[in-house]
Design a protein around this ligand. Structure first.
Ligand code: PLP
Length: 427
C-alpha cells in the first residue's frame, strides 16, 4: 500500500489577507477528509505536487518549447519541462512527449488539430456507452467540427464490439480511430484496434485519460507501443497535478507540438509542468507500483461487495480502477442513489449503463472508482466495508424516518472508516 500523503496546511498568510478563500480551502480539505471519495476520475495529489504547483514558476511566460522560446529568461523553467518530458519518456517508453496540454480535453483538441481536418470522420466510442464528450459529442467541438461515427459495446457481453468497430471502419474510412473511454471498466484490446486502423489507413489515437496511471504502475498493459498518439490526464489515477499530456511516435512529433502550441494554446503552465515532473518521478517508484496494483485489486473487491449486495456489475466486473453498477435490481435509479450516498458522506456519480432505458439525467447506474481511497490507504477489507455502506445508503429512503436514521448510521460508519485512513492526515 502506498504511504498516505500528509498535509499540514499553513494558510496563515492567506487567512489574514483573504479569509474567505482561506475558508474555502480549509472547507474543501475538511470535505475530502470527512467523507468517502469514490469519483473514478479523482485522487489525492501529494504535497510535493502541490508545492510545485503553488510556486513561482506560475509567473513565467514560456511560449514555445525548451531551447526555443518566444520570451527571455526561460533557462530555469526549461529545466522543469525537460525533466518532465524525460521522465515521462522513460516511464512510458514513448518516442515523443508533450507535457503542455492544460487538461485532457485540451490534449484531445490538439490530437484533432494534428491529425484531422474539419469534417473528417472520427470513429469513437459512443458517449452513452462510455465515451468522452471530446469523442464526438454535439455539445463539444469534436462533434461540431468533425464527423463522429460512434461504435458501441455488445448488448450480451457489454464489451467493446470489435466486429462493429471494423465494419464501421471499412464503411466510413475514418481519419482517426479513438479507443479509450470514461466509463469502461475493462481492458481495451489495443492490438485489435491497431490492426483495424492499419487495415483502413487510420490514425490510432488512444485516449488513456483515465487509466494512464495504471499503465505507469505496470498494473495494466500499455497502449504506447500500439498507438500513433496517446492522450492522457495527469490528475486521475496518475495522481499528479490537474493537466494533460500527449505521447506519440517520433514521426508525429512536429505535428503534435504545433497542434498544442501555437495552434490551440498560449503560454504553458510551467508550475503545473514542474508538478507533472514530480508526479512522473513518484510514479516510477516501487511504492507507486504497489499503489497501482492495489487500485485494481481494490476496485475488484469493491465491485464484488456491491454485487453481493444486490447490484449488477456491467460487463461482469472490472480490470481497472473503476466499475459501473446497474442498479435496476435494487429498484433505485442512479440519480436517487447518488443523492442518498451524498447524504451519507459518500461521493460518487450516477452513470448511464449501456442500452440504458432511463434518460441520462436519471440513469440506471452508478460509477465508482478506487484510486482516491487506495491513495489514502484502504485495503481489500476496507473496500468490502465501503461496498456494503454504499449499498445501504442506496436503499435508504431519504425523507422517511427509518431512511434518515439509516443514512445517519451509514454516515457514522463512513466517518469511522475514513478516520482510520484519513486523506491528507494532519502531520
Ligand atoms: C477525463 C477525460 C478527459 C478530459 O480530461 P479533462 O482534464 O477533464 O479535460 C478526456 N478523455 C477521457 C476519456 C476522460 O476520461
Amino acid at each position: 500500500m502506498s504511504t498516505p500523503p500528509f498535509f499540514g496546511p499553513d494558510f496563515g498568510e492567506l487567512g489574514r489577507t483573504d479569509p474567505e478563500i482561506a475558508d474555502v480551502l480549509l472547507g474543501e480539505l475538511d470535505r475530502v477528509r470527512s467523507g468517502l471519495q469514490l469519483i473514478a476520475s479523482e485522487n489525492f495529489a501529494s504535497p510535493a505536487v502541490f508545492a510545485a504547483q503553488g510556486s513561482v514558476l506560475s509567473n513565467k511566460y514560456a511560449e514555445g518549447y525548451p531551447g526555443n522560446r518566444y520570451y527571455g529568461g526561460c533557462e530555469v523553467v526549461d529545466r522543469a519541462e525537460n525533466l518532465a518530458v524525460e521522465r515521462a519518456m522513460s516511464l512510458f517508453g514513448a518516442e515523443h512527449v508533450n507535457v503542455q496540454p492544460h487538461s485532457g480535453a485540451s490534449a484531445n483538441l490538439a490530437v484533432y488539430a494534428a491529425f484531422a481536418k474539419p469534417g473528417d470522420a472520427v470513429l469513437a466510442m459512443s458517449l452513452p456507452h462510455g465515451g468522452h464528450l471530446t469523442h464526438g459529442s454535439k455539445v463539444s467541438f469534436s462533434g461540431r467540427w468533425f464527423t463522429p461515427i460512434p461504435y458501441h459495446v455488445r448488448q450480451d457481453t457489454e464489451l467493446i464490439d470489435y466486429d462493429e468497430v471494423r465494419d464501421l471502419a471499412l464503411v466510413h474510412r475514418p481519419r482517426i480511430i479513438v479507443a479509450g473511454a470514461t466509463a469502461y471498466p475493462r481492458l481495451i484490446d489495443f492490438a485489435a484496434f491497431r490492426s483495424i486502423a492499419d487495415e483502413v489507413g487510420a490514425i490510432l489515437w488512444i485516449d488513456a485519460a483515465h487509466f494512464i496511471g495504471l499503465v505507469a504502475g505496470q498494473a495494466i498493459p500499455s497502449p504506447v507501443p500500439y498507438a500513433d498518439v496517446v492522450s492522457a490526464t495527469t490528475h486521475k489515477v496518475l495522481r499528479g497535478p490537474r493537466g494533460g499530456m500527449l505521447m506519440c511516435r517520433a514521426e508525429h512529433a512536429r505535428a503534435v507540438d504545433k497542434a498544442v502550441f501555437p495552434f490551440s494554446q498560449g503560454g504553458p503552465l510551467m508550475h503545473t509542468i514542474a508538478a507533472k515532473a514530480v508526479a512522473f518521478a513518484e510514479a516510477g517508484t516501487d511504492d507507486y507500483k504497489r499503489y497501482a496494483s492495489a487500485v485494481v485489486s481494490n476496485a475488484g473487491a469493491l465491485t464484488s461487495s456491491l454485487v453481493e449486495n444486490g447490484m449488477r456489475a456491467v460487463s461482469g466486473g472490472t480490470d481497472t480502477h473503476l466499475a459501473l453498477l446497474d442498479l435496476r435490481n435494487t429498484g433505485v435509479d442512479g440519480r436517487t442513489a447518488e443523492a442518498r450516498c451524498q447524504a451519507a458522506g459518500i461521493t460518487l456519480n450516477k452513470n448511464a449503463i449501456p442500452f440504458d432505458p432511463a434518460p441520462p439525467a436519471v440513469a440506471s447506474g452508478i460509477r465508482v472508482g478506487s484510486a482516491a481511497v487506495t491513495t489514502q490507504g484502504f485495503d481489500a477489507a476496507d473496500m468490502a466495508a465501503v461496498g456494503s455502506l454504499v449499498a445501504r445508503a442506496v436503499r435508504a429512503e431519504l425523507g422517511t424516518a427509518s431512511g434518515d436514521r439509516e443514512i445517519a448510521a451509514v454516515e457514522g460508519e463512513v466517518t469511522e472508516l475514513v478516520s482510520r485512513n484519513p486523506a491528507y492526515a494532519r502531520a
